[in-house]
Design a protein around this ligand. Structure first.
Ligand SMILES: [Cu+2]
Length: 133
């Protein structure tokens, strides 16, 4: 009867060790995923902060991994801050999104959101400038 208290005190350290191991395991499991599978923008036309001539402009965003095109979106933010959804069109592949837009001179941003095949969503901005003739 009197030796119940020591038993309870002995039980505490293994529980704490389990919690530490669980935390470590969570870190180890989570850490490798971004490098392997999250979609990261690796290249674009125009490049970030690049310039392109006014008119019919083809925008091309290339990622490091396969993406689900149907669950990815491209939003165009115009110089006046108004927004429009860009249609992901022909020429797109499993890791490249292509869209076209008729643009007048000014500062634009393509706000992208893509779903990678591992189920993780990543987002980012591609700012660029459209120059006059
Ligand atoms: Cu991921």
């Amino acid at each position: 009867m009197t030796d119940r208290r020591p038993a309870q005190q002995v039980a505490a350290p293994p529980m704490r060790r389990l919690a530490v191991l669980a935390a470590l395991a969570a870190c180890l499991l989570a850490a490798p995923l971004p490098a392997q599978a999250h979609a990261i923008l690796v290249d674009s036309t125009p490049p970030a902060l690049g310039h392109v001539a006014a008119g019919q402009v083809t925008l091309r965003l290339r990622y490091n991994s396969r993406i689900d095109r149907g669950r990815s979106r491209l939003e165009l933010i115009r110089p006046d801050k108004s927004q429009a959804t860009l249609v992901i069109g022909a020429g797109s592949t499993e890791n490249v999104l292509v869209t076209t837009a008729t643009l007048t001179p000014g500062a634009y941003v393509v706000r992208w959101q893509v779903l990678a095949v591992d189920g993780h969503i990543t987002r980012g901005d591609l700012p660029f400038t459209v120059t006059g003739p």
